[in-house]
Design a protein around this ligand. Structure first.
Ligand code: ATP
Ligand code: MG
Length: 435
């Protein structure tokens, strides 16, 4: 126990809503603690994005105490207490059933299936993932409770799993991606023992429900550190487990596309610009889509049919690992569908394309493909200029494009190769693709 005068956490750093919940529980005679990420973040100098509370009150008791409280969750029963826009998650202390318990709380592979046995605070600490996530702040005396050397690990910027790492990953393989996510977010190192089993156990990711992996994906890539996260995922073999088809077909230009897109995402988030998961998945699955598209076209399938089929197949395969909701996968397909249409700008096609609801995303995607060197530059700039231009200039640009003015080429690798094989029949060095 670290008393108030020996640690730097003060109530000023805790949100009003969290304090309301803590005091509400305390005044009703229950134990009430802040726990986990919020304390870790405060101690690391990061503004916590949410506050989690633990108590010895049962979910029903918590629900009775607060007006806007609601029990949620099946695997874990939690209470969400709402104050204005803020939601405080309140959990009851839980213990970890041992693997092999007769209550079938574990699968044969050691994965936790149910985890709702109530316990005391020490047991609650032991079932948490990393030591840095297992710190408690008591509202009764403002003391910190550190059961696992949490303070030391936060100071040393070290991510260390509680207990035996391999066993903890088997219990819940998502902990492997959490290790990467926290390493990237906090700029912490993963302790060697915690790091060691990841490569070998990465394939366990296949056992995680796809819907949960989708949620984790968003946290991984929309947390503001996507570029570093991607690097770590690839280093640890987790990327291959999460995106097997991509890992199998990834070319140098696809890798550059991924990196450019992740940097771009981080930049947009830093500027408070919107980012959509659809764009990320369009990037992440572009390599296998292109690969398959090429194969179908080699088999003589017409380009639009091939694109449609390849898109459908790649997405259908990916959702067996990561559930991409249809509202996103349909946008992924639109972004892809627009790629071969972007070079065709004659007549009123350019005007139509610009007003397409996915034009902007497709254009951003095109810019990334050019940046990655997958296609020669030019077309992106043309569209940049076109969007900036007035009506008359736009018409002139479209007319010039119809005559075959140079503007790069946004076709797929397949098309480019075919053109090359024809011995540059279209002539010129522009690679224009206006036919
Ligand atoms: P952030 O909110 O910044 O993502 P966090 O640490 O608050 O980080 P949450 O996913 O909100 O992460 O989880 C809250 C707490 O619950 C964690 O700090 C950790 O103590 C515990 N926890 C979450 N997921 C797991 C897990 N898979 N295994 C064990 N404990 C976990
Ligand atoms: Mg949290």
């Amino acid at each position: 126990m670290i008393p108030r005068d020996q640690h730097p956490i003060s109530r000023k750093q805790i949100s009003r809503a969290a304090l309301n919940v803590l005091y509400g529980l305390h005044e009703a005679g229950f134990d009430a603690f802040l726990v986990g990420g919020c304390l870790r973040d405060i101690l690391t100098g990061i503004q916590p994005k949410d506050f989690d509370v633990v108590t010895n009150a049962t979910p029903e008791e918590v629900e009775c105490l607060f007006r806007r409280a609601r029990i949620i969750g099946r695997r874990f029963r939690l209470v969400h207490v709402r104050f204005g826009p803020e939601v405080i998650e309140v959990a009851t202390f839980r213990a970890l059933g041992e693997p092999g318990d007769s209550d079938s709380s574990h699968s044969r592979e050691g994965q936790i299936l149910r985890d709702n046995v109530y316990g005391n605070i020490e047991e609650d600490a032991l079932r948490r993932d990393f030591t840095v996530n297992a710190l408690y702040y008591n509202i009764a005396d403002f003391a910190l409770y550190d059961f696992a050397g949490s303070m030391q690990d936060i100071q040393n910027k070290t991510l260390r799993l509680m207990g035996d790492p391999a066993q903890r990953y088997r219990e819940d393989p998502v902990r492997m991606i959490r290790a990467v996510r926290f390493a990237a977010k906090l700029d912490f190192d993963i302790d060697p023992d915690t790091e060691a089993p990841i490569h070998e156990l990465a394939p366990l990711m296949q056992q995680v429900p796809p819907a949960r992996l989708f949620d984790e994906m968003l946290k991984l890539f929309l947390g503001g550190h996507a570029a570093y996260t991607l690097e770590l995922l690839q280093d640890y073999g987790l990327f291959d487990a999460l995106f097997p088809a991509t890992a199998e077909t990834l070319q140098d230009s696809d890798q550059r596309l991924l990196e450019a897109a992740m940097h771009n995402t981080d930049r947009r988030l830093a500027q408070d610009k919107p980012v959509t998961p659809a764009f990320l998945f369009a990037v992440l699955l572009w390599a296998p889509m292109r690969h398959l598209l090429e194969r179908y076209q080699d088999d003589g399938m017409p380009p639009s049919v091939a694109l449609n089929k390849a898109s459908g197949h790649v997405i259908a395969e990916q959702v067996s690992t990561i559930a991409i909701p249809r509202r996103f996968s349909s946008v992924v397909r639109e972004i892809w569908d627009l790629q071969p249409r972007l070079p065709r700008r004659h007549g009123n096609r350019a005007a139509q394309l610009v007003s397409h609801p996915r034009f902007r995303a497709a254009y951003d995607f095109l810019l990334l493909r050019e940046e990655a060197g997958e296609i020669p530059p030019g077309l992106g700039q043309w569209w940049t200029d076109y969007q900036d231009a007035d009506e008359d200039t736009r018409e002139a640009m479209a007319a010039a494009a119809a005559k075959g003015a140079p503007a790069g080429n946004s076709g797929t690798g397949r098309k480019r190769r075919r053109r090359r094989r024809r011995g540059g029949a279209e002539g010129g060095a522009s690679g224009g693709n206006n036919a």
